[in-house]
Design a protein around this ligand. Structure first.
Ligand code: TYM
Length: 329
């Protein structure tokens, strides 16, 4: 079975982009893949954050993954900082990555522009991400479109490592969903939907109550004209709604487009809102159940870390030997 690995930041409240771009597939592929997924708390430390909130956000993100249908019997679910190999391998890969290639990462450029203080950790973010993946001999990494460049880097580092130190690392490849790989902000449909959006109205959170979801979708920015058509360049707002509707109701964009040909934006918005509300209902119900038993997620994550470590440690041992470090015993 192909092994998949992916990660998500512990914002504590996942948005629809995370779900459609990535998490939905993590759930759907559990039977066909050897699956490992991780809440990346160390990545969250690369920009300003509130230490008193990080642990709780990490727990809540893990609970959301369980509510979304991640089954700890079939998927290894764990917290990045619980497995030390991630940081150790980051150091080794730091010595394989070049300053120049990291400086060219577009997410670093964008994020560093928005910060007063740019940490070295933010610069190194993609190397930590490569370490996450390369520590597990991973074949596929299911992600949204915004992670494409980071995945290219992880591949490049694995190839360069193997070239320099001998065949040691599995070279992973990114996979993207056919619908929902780049969900846009409802208020600014040329930007991706993101937790750090300037307008919270533009981001649909998975735990938003039905009336909030409906309000956000009904006030989505649309485009000039009146026809419902999928044309991301010309009609970014309408195209985003069509994509959300298609993903939430399990159809294709072409089908959604055909269904709404001749109707106005109002009808499209009403239907998209209904589809998203129904789509998220089971997840919201399960989240409420899980919230009643907080010890469950602690247990899952503890077991997940043990299983993850059992895979990553032997890979790291191989890497230490390949780079020529003196064995401890
Ligand atoms: P993060 O936490 O920002 O997002 C988690 C996943 O959601 C996808 N995503 C989107 N997909 C479609 N439309 C959107 N608007 C949207 N916003 C987010 C992301 O592509 C991602 O798949 N660096 C990563 C986390 C990470 C990781 C890893 C991923 C750390 N280590 C190793 C894969 C493998 C991140 O910040 O994702």
């Amino acid at each position: 079975m192909a092994r998949v690995f992916s990660g998500i930041q512990p914002t504590g409240d996942m948005h629809l982009g995370n779900y459609l771009g990535a998490v939905q597939r993590w759930v759907a592929e559990q039977d066909e893949r050897d699956a490992i997924h991780c809440v990346v708390d160390l990545h969250a430390m690369t920009v300003a954050y509130e230490p008193a909130e990080l642990a709780e956000r990490t727990r809540r993100t893990a609970m959301l993954l369980l509510a979304a249908g991640i089954d700890p019997e079939r998927t290894i679910l764990f917290v990045q900082s619980h497995v030390r190999v991630h940081t150790e391998l980051t150091w080794v890969l730091n010595c394989v990555a070049s300053f120049g290639e990291l400086r060219r990462m577009t997410q670093f450029k964008e994020k560093s522009e928005a910060q007063d203080f740019v940490s070295a950790g933010l610069f190194d973010y993609p190397v930590l991400m490569a370490a996450d993946i390369l520590a597990y001999d991973v074949d596929e990494v299911p992600v949204g479109e915004d992670q494409r460049q980071h995945l290219e880097l992880a591949r490049d580092l694995a190839i360069r490592f193997n070239h320099r130190f001998g065949d040691t690392l599995v070279v992973p490849r990114a996979t993207f969903p056919s619908v929902g790989a780049r969900v846009k902000d409802l208020q600014n449909p040329t930007a991706k939907m993101s937790k750090s959006s300037e307008s919270p109205q533009g981001t649909l959170l998975l735990l938003d109550p039905p009336q909030v979801i409906t309000k956000k979708i009904k006030s989505a920015v649309t485009d000039s004209g009146t026809d419902v058509r999928y044309a991301p360049e010309e009609k970014p707002g309408v195209s985003n709604l069509l994509e959300i509707l298609a993903a939430a109701s399990g159809t294709t964009i072409e089908q959604a487009e055909a269904d709404f040909a001749g109707s106005g934006y109002g009808k499209l918005k009403t239907s998209a809102a209904e589809a998203v509300v129904e789509y998220l209902r089971p997840l919201q119900d399960r989240y409420e159940e899980l919230a009643r038993d907080p010890s469950e997620v602690t247990r899952v994550l503890e077991l997940g870390a043990e299983k993850a470590e059992a895979i990553a440690e032997p890979v790291m041992a191989r890497i230490r030997a390949a780079v020529g470090l003196l064995p401890r015993s």
